[in-house]
Each structure stands twice: as C-alpha cells, then as structure tokens.
Design a protein around this ligand. Structure first.
Ligand SMILES: Nc1nc2c(c(=O)[nH]1)N[C@H]1C(S)=C(S)[C@@H](COP(=O)(O)O)O[C@H]1N2
Ligand SMILES: [Mo]
Length: 295
C-alpha cells in the first residue's frame, strides 16, 4: 500500500526542525517528493502549512464559532488529566490516561491534508496512534458496526458550550471499517510537539479523506455501537452535513461548490481532490455504493 503514512519520516519529528521553519519546509519538500506514489500522492506544491496558520484559524465550537477567536479562548485549558474511555460493544472496555495512549500503543508520523467543508484546507504533520490498534485492544463484538466519538462537555472550561444554539457534546461517527482503516489516526501530537489546545488537545481524531468536521477534537469517549450515531452536524443541519462526508469535488454543498479550496496562508484556489487525494487508499471501502446517496 503506497499510503501517505509510508512517506512520513521519523527524521522530521525533532522539535528543532519545526522551529527553524525554512529548514523544515525545505526538508519536508524533499521528503514529500521522495516518497510520492503515482496516484493519491501529494502534489509537489503541497507544502506543510505553517504552525502559526494552523493554530490561529480553527473550527472548535466548544470555544467559539469565530475561527480567529479560538486560539485565545483555548489558551488556558489544562488538558491534564484527561480520561479517554473505550466502551460499548467491546469485550474489554478500557479507560486510558489520554497522555499515555501514545506510549501504550506506539505512535506514527503522518502528514495529512485537512479539508474543511467550508472550502479551506491545510497540510499538517501529526503524531498519533492508528485507531485500529486501540479498537482491537478493546475487542469489538460482532454487533459493533459503528464507532461514536464524543467530545468534552464542560461549559466551565469550554465557554462556547454556554451557548444554547448547539446540542452538546460534539459527536461524530464512523462505520467500523472506516474506523479500522490504517489512515484513521488518533492524534496525540502535531509538528513534533503536543497538540495545541485549539487543535484538540490532548487527543483528536484525524480522518484525512473526509471533511474536517469528522475529525473530532479533544475526544473523551470512543463508543462502539450497532446503530449509526447521529453527529453534531447532522443534528444541526442534516441536508448540509452528511454522515459519510467523504471529500468530493463533484458534490456541491447546498450553498457552495466544493470543486476548489484555499490553503491556509495562500491566496489562490486549488482544485479539491476526490477523497481529498486519498482515493487510492480508501475508494475500495465504498466500491459498489452510491456515494452521492451516502453523503
Ligand atoms: N470537538 C470539536 N471537534 C471539531 C470541531 C469542533 O467544533 N469541535 N470542528 C471540526 C471542523 S469543522 C474542522 S474543519 C476541524 C478543524 O480542525 P483544525 O482547527 O485543527 O484545523 O476540526 C473539527 N473537529
Ligand atoms: Mo470544518
């Protein structure tokens, strides 16, 4: 499998590289071009987004719906201690210290594109545990067909939850095959350090072939279930935000086209790729299914 994970090098985890940005970008460009497979690979202009861009323009409604306000509001969160539970249709329910899952399961480096349904995108280097490892350790029962992911519910710390406009907590879901896919990551770090609070400390999901809203931040529970969970966005606006939410440039959002996107820090629009560029790795999951019907 020529998946992106294979191109992601351990050499770039050193904090120092992320600090010296010029050096880092030069090195990243070399590594990306060296590891590129034929299809579904990163285009050479897919430079890693600047840390400053990725941490100052965030969707994190638990804090605010204003993307530029999230960083300051998240600054004082102490994401420690943090319990992460795995439960539901499993043989061995577990409660983890979120800060220990990387050590317990082992981490990998992945550079992934993140494509928000709103039309902006970024390229982010993550550290994390392939979710399949955590699910296998819990032992899904034969009834486990979906995975529900639940975010925090604590208005004392997440100020946006004082608003009654949304139904908290943030919930997302995946079909079990999607959750077990090797690209699906429970991120424990970014840019060689911990996850910034505004990006979902201490652990967040990253599902790179789906619109960004599936990549739930600051996860507190992972629940295996028989029935399909209803997500935060489906409850808010089911016509606009589907369960599968695979990135598809040919299926417009009801209010805008999805054909193009703007990278954080750039001006020009670039074409959006089917499955966000990961078709080679994930299209088989959906073979024979009507993707338009399963938005
Ligand atoms: N808990 C939680 N997770 C969330 C969100 C949110 O509001 N709350 N927003 C989602 C959306 S819409 C996107 S595009 C990504 C953005 O991730 P980033 O801000 O780290 O780029 O986070 C997703 N995960
Ligand atoms: Mo988003």
């Amino acid at each position: 499998m020529t998946e992106l994970s294979r191109i992601v090098p351990s050499e770039i985890t050193a904090e120092a590289l992320y600090r010296g940005r010029r050096l880092f970008l030069a090195k990243a460009a070399t590594l990306l071009s060296a590891g590129m497979g034929p299809a579904g690979a990163m285009a050479s202009e897919d430079a890693i987004s600047r840390y400053e861009e990725v941490t100052n323009y965030n969707n994190f409604y638990e804090y605010s719906t204003d993307k530029k306000a999230v960083a300051a509001l998240a600054e004082n969160l102490q994401p420690n201690p943090w319990r992460l539970e795995v439960k539901g249709e499993v043989e061995r329910p577990r409660v983890y210290d979120a800060h220990a899952v990387g050590r317990d399961f082992g981490t990998e480096e992945r550079i992934y594109r993140l494509r928000c349904v709103e039309g902006w995108s970024a390229v982010i280097p993550w550290t994390g545990v392939p979710l399949a490892r955590i699910l296998k350790a819990a032992g899904p029962t034969s009834r486990a067909r979906y995975v529900r992911f639940v975010g925090p519910h604590d208005p004392a710390r997440f100020y946006g939850q004082r608003s009654r406009r949304h139904l908290w907590p943030y919930v997302e879901g995946l079909a079990i095959e999607e959750a077990m896919h090797p690209l699906t990551l429970l991120a424990t770090g970014m840019y060689g350090g911990p996850i910034a609070n505004q990006c979902g400390a201490p652990v967040r999901l990253v599902v790179p072939w789906k619109y960004g809203y599936k990549s739930i931040k600051s996860v507190v529970s992972i629940v295996l279930e028989e029935a399909r969970p209803e997500s935060f966005w489906m409850r808010l606006s089911p016509e606009e935000y589907g369960f599968y939410a695979n990135v598809d440039p040919e299926v417009p959002h009801p209010r805008w086209s999805q054909a193009r996107e703007v990278r954080l820090g750039e001006m020009r629009r670039r074409p959006t790729l089917p499955f966000n560029g990961y078709a080679e790795q994930v299209a088989h999951l959906y073979r024979g299914l009507d993707l338009r019907a399963m938005r």
